[in-house]
Design a protein around this ligand. Structure first.
Ligand code: NAI
Ligand code: 15L
Length: 276
């Protein structure tokens, strides 16, 4: 970290993985205010580097490339990887091997903190009629959720053994607006995403903290009390979209797994079941 910034500390160089994705494209413009140099990486095309940017195309499963990617970096916002359910083999490379490579490179380069994009799918099998905090046992709802559970465990291990700090963001649904009734509970606006990422980067001491990534929604299944020290204060709510969402989507059968579990449709057996 170098100079002081009005909202906290300003970093010398921040690395944003998954920078070509939905959240990455959103954060690309927003994170520049918090660092001198924003290094952007993805397996996909990122376009040319703008002022204060560095662009490095890399596959997360390429250990040597990831080691080079983290050189000279103060902190990482790790969004890269497969972001929905997929085959175990695809998830294994991008999310499990890929996240391991990021942590190992961070350790070797002495990076102090990682903000890790976990997901609500690490707890997808909890029911929608219960409220859970950040300390409940994980109940992943598929290969994707399992890979994020691995990422959270990796973060805990690198904190316990090496003192590398992480905030694991169990993001609900971060899109321009909630797409269905479930997302009225899980939605996080892009402005709140920025608040959450910046709070996670700048909170003085985080160890390994898990926090749910959601706006201040009226319906909520998640309790962030144990993560209060991160200083995240959501300022948006899904409520202004409720009427439109409820008009668009008929009430789902109460016994439909999508209406029963917090992970929604992710909990059902899908096309990616293995037949070994
Ligand atoms: P996205 O799918 O739009 O972006 C992910 C990016 O990672 C893509 O640009 C993709 O090219 C890149 N990527 C995939 N495999 C890679 C590999 N092997 N090597 C390097 N880069 C690779 O996803 P989105 O929505 O932007 O999410 C960002 C992160 O946040 C993901 O890790 C996702 O799992 C997590 N998340 C997002 C939520 C949301 O509501 N948007 C909810 C919960 C978690
Ligand atoms: C996720 O983890 C996905 O990345 C995102 O695309 C949504 O499906 C989200 O969860 C959700 O649960 O709505």
């Amino acid at each position: 970290m170098t100079a002081l910034h009005p909202t906290g500390l300003k970093f010398g160089r921040l690395l944003l993985t998954g920078a070509a994705g939905g959240l990455g494209r959103e954060l690309r413009g927003r994170l520049k205010a918090y660092c001198d140099t924003l290094r952007l990486s993805d397996i996909a095309e990122l376009g040319p580097a703008g002022p204060g940017e560095e662009v490095e195309r890399a596959a997360l499963e390429d250990r040597a490339a990831v080691l080079a990617l983290l050189e000279g970096v103060d902190a990482v916002v790790h969004l890269g990887g497969i972001s929905t359910e997929n085959s175990f083999d695809a998830i294994l490379q991008a999310n499990i091997v890929g996240t391991y490579n990021v942590y190992e490179a961070a350790r070797r380069h002495g990076v102090k903190r990682i903000v890790f994009a976990s997901s609500n799918h690490v707890i997808g099998f909890y029911r929608q009629d219960e409220v859970i905090d950040t300390r409940v046992p994980m109940r992943p709802d598929g290969h994707y959720g399992l890979s994020k559970a691995f990422g959270e465990n990796l973060a805990q291990f690198y904190w316990d053994r090496y003192g590398l700090e992480t905030v694991s963001l169990r993001i609900g649904s971060s899109f321009p607006e909630p797409k269905d009734r479930r997302m009225l509970a899980t939605w996080m606006s892009y402005d709140d995403l920025e608040r959450l990422v910046v709070a996670s980067l700048t909170a003085p001491v985080v160890g390994h903290t898990v926090i749910y990534g959601m706006s201040d929604n009226t319906t909520s299944w998640w309790d962030n009390t144990a993560a209060r020290h991160i200083g995240y204060r959501p300022q948006d709510s899904s409520e202004r979209f409720r009427a439109a969402v409820e008009a668009r989507q008929p009430v789902i059968d109460a016994n439909d797994p999508a209406a029963v579990h917090q992970g929604g449709g992710f909990v059902t057996k899908g096309p990616f079941e293995e037949n070994l």
